[in-house]
Design a protein around this ligand. Structure first.
Ligand code: SME
Length: 144
């Protein structure tokens, strides 16, 4: 998607989400709302969801898209990398990312954003996959 169009779409989603998430204090309800809205408004999102740290493991949470790995092998893949370094990771081509965990062979590019709680502690990640290569840019990193 063209960057300007992406930016406009994210901006509208953000506005919509700020009104929707305040309807509940429940973390699960909020994450489910966020994944549903993002997944259905961004047409290049093939898989959209959260992985949270539970007892030291990276465990899948709210998501939209094909069935994904429930637990990600410690220290491997893009999600653990983003979590361990506390930085957003954009992968142009997942086939070239060392130790990438392929939950679905149709995914070709990916973005993973660390998820912080109110105290600023990183508690997991937001992960989005695309079936096309090179789908994610600085615009996605900024808004997600
Ligand atoms: N590719 C991720 C695993 C999760 S799936 O993309 C849904 C990784 O390498 O951590």
């Amino acid at each position: 998607m063209e960057e300007k169009k992406k930016d406009g779409r994210y901006s509208r989603i953000y506005e919509q989400l700020t009104k929707l998430v305040v309807k509940s204090e429940n973390q699960q309800a909020r994450m489910a709302t966020i994944t549903a809205l993002l997944h259905h408004k961004m047409n290049y999102f093939f898989w959209t969801g959260y992985y949270l740290i539970v007892d030291g493991e990276m465990v899948v949470n709210s998501y939209q898209g094909p069935v994904a790995c429930q637990i990600l092998k410690k220290g491997k893949g893009v999600c653990w990398n983003a979590f361990n370094n506390g930085k957003t990771v954009v992968v142009e081509d997942v086939n070239t990312f060392p130790n990438h965990i392929a939950c679905d062979s149709r995914s070709n590019s990916e973005i993973v954003v660390p998820l912080k709680n109110r105290e600023g502690k990183i508690i997991g990640v937001l992960d989005v996959d695309s079936s096309q290569r090179n789908s994610f840019s600085e615009t996605d990193a900024y808004w997600l």
